[in-house]
Design a protein around this ligand. Structure first.
Ligand code: UD1
Ligand code: MG
Length: 463
């Protein structure tokens, strides 16, 4: 192999995603199935973007409209392949968008674990040559195209399993399918490939022999970790690669200092930026983009999505927190649900079976048991008694509840919004308020307690 000098050419990517995915047994196109909360093909697109690809062409097939709608990415160039006549034919569909002097990287839409680092190494391995292949050495190479090398280890050709004789089937080095080729050469060779083979398909892999025949050197990079090049064809492989991906993310987080009680029972479907001394118990799911400060613990079975959590926060078991900001020193749960646009200031407490939506809760306030707080602005050091409900919805519109600093709301109170409770006000338990509760005063709507003398419970007639 010649010495690798980077080519310095612009990079253009073609992603093959026209395969039917029959073995998924699903109405959803294969490349839209999710891995770590993201469509398979989106993983590949994101890698292409990280490589600063100048153009990304996506070759799509049958349910292309759904793929287009779901990805809705203006940067993608959509190339339809009406009939799936093979990988060579698929690449041909993108040819009119390819520039002669670019490096063309060909990726598969159903191979989500391929890392940007590996792709960079492949591009470097290509150097000044016209083509380089990403290969792997497998103990069980069955099903893959085999890399045939000469005595000097130079790549000669790729033979598909179905076209291979017994000697070639013994070869352990396989074709990952990923390659990088000069734009002009790709066009030139693609126009030459035929379909005279066991599958009657236009094989992209035939490019290799054509290149060698024309005196070109075919470079290669052997991937270290063969999981990276695994494709997904069925739900079993989807689950296996999901776990593999999660294990990798868990390892990175643990290396950064996060304590995971059991990395095999942790799922990150997005990104997590975590400070020091963060402890995450089992079965926690982190989704979207989350930021967690220092000294935070997250209880078992909690789901945290697009949340920003400050330092010294304790989240007990079974909480669901979505699109919320949690201030320093807050205590949440168990069994609390914070819905979008909730903001808890420092030292606030939200206890069990409490739902909070689109509300601001100022410093030191407590909503400890069985409450619904929605569309509310709550001051500091407020105490919300068990079972308090803000009645924010009149059947047509949502209304605001305002509660001043140091207010005390007795248990089982209904606050019918729009409403305001003044600062320092006390509301008697069991009240239904629909008017302003004056600051520093006791307000309640409870009927006076009565005792009826001589009253008897009804009894069943015994006869
Ligand atoms: C291909 C390679 C094989 C390699 C293997 C790695 C060829 C001829 N063979 O075989 O050497 O070891 O991948 O996994 O290239 N696709 C289209 N349109 C088509 C056919 C395929 O878009 O007409 C897409 C598929 O959606 C898939 C990719 O191309 O993402 C590979 O197709 P697949 O049928 O899986 O190729 P293999 O036979 O596995
Ligand atoms: Mg395949």
């Amino acid at each position: 192999m010649s010495k690798a000098i980077p080519s310095n050419k612009p990079l253009q990517v073609i992603i093959l995603a026209a395969g039917k995915g029959t073995r998924m047994y699903s109405s959803l196109p294969k490349v839209l199935h999710q891995l770590a909360g993201k469509a398979l093909v989106q993983h590949v697109i994101d890698s292409a973007k990280q490589l600063k690809a100048e153009k990304i062409s996506l070759v799509y097939g049958h349910e292309g409209e759904l793929v287009k709608e779901t990805l809705a990415d203006p940067l993608l160039i959509w190339c339809e392949q009406q009939e799936q006549l093979g990988t060579g034919h698929a690449v041909l569909q993108a040819m009119k968008h390819i520039d002669d002097n670019a490096d063309i990287l060909i990726l598969y839409g159903d191979v989500p674990l391929l890392s940007v680092q590996t792709l960079e190494k492949l591009i470097i391995a290509k150097g000044q040559q016209s083509i380089a292949l990403l290969t792997a050495c497998l103990d069980e190479p069955g099903g893959y195209g085999r890399i045939v090398r000469d005595r000097d280890k130079a790549v000669q050709k790729i033979v598909e399993e179905k076209d291979a004789n017994d000697n070639i089937r013994e070869i352990k080095e396989i074709n990952s399918g990923v390659m990088v080729v000069n734009g002009d050469k790709l066009k030139h060779w693609l126009n030459k490939i035929g379909n005279n083979n066991a599958q009657g398909e236009y094989y992209l892999t035939d490019l290799i022999e054509l290149a060698v025949t024309e005196g070109q050197t075919v470079n290669s990079y052997i991937v270290q970790d063969s999981k990276e090049i695994e494709g997904i064809n069925n739900k079993k492989q989807l689950a296996e690669l999901e776990r593999e991906y999660q294990n990798r993310q868990a390892s990175i987080l643990m290396e950064q200092g996060v304590t995971l009680k059991d990395p095999a029972r942790f799922d990150l479907r997005g990104t997590l930026k975590a400070g020091q001394d963060v402890v995450i118990d089992i079965n926690v799911i982190i989704e979207g983009n989350c930021v967690i400060g220092n000294n935070v613990s997250i209880g078992a079975n909690s789901i945290i999505k697009n949340a920003v959590i400050a330092d010294n926060v304790i989240i007990l078991e079974n909480c669901i927190i979505e699109q919320s900001r949690i201030g320093n020193g807050c205590n949440i749960g168990p069994f609390a649900r914070l819905r979008p646009e909730t903001e808890l200031d420092e030292q606030a407490k939200v206890g069990n079976f409490v739902e909070i939506k689109k509300s601001y809760i100022a410093r030191g306030s407590k909503v400890n048991h069985l409450s619904y707080i929605g569309d509310t602005e709550m001051g500091e050091n407020v105490n919300i008694g068990a079972g308090t409900i803000t009645c924010n919805y009149d059947g047509a519109y949502k209304h605001l509840t305002k509660i001043g600093n140091n207010a005390f709301i007795g248990s089982n109170t209904a606050l019918v919004a729009p409403i305001e409770v003044g600062s320092g006000a006390t509301v008697g338990a069991g009240s239904t308020l629909s008017k302003y509760a004056e600051a520093e005063k006791l307000t309640f709507t409870r009927a006076a307690q009565k005792t009826i003398n001589g009253w008897k419970r009804p009894e069943k007639n015994k006869s």
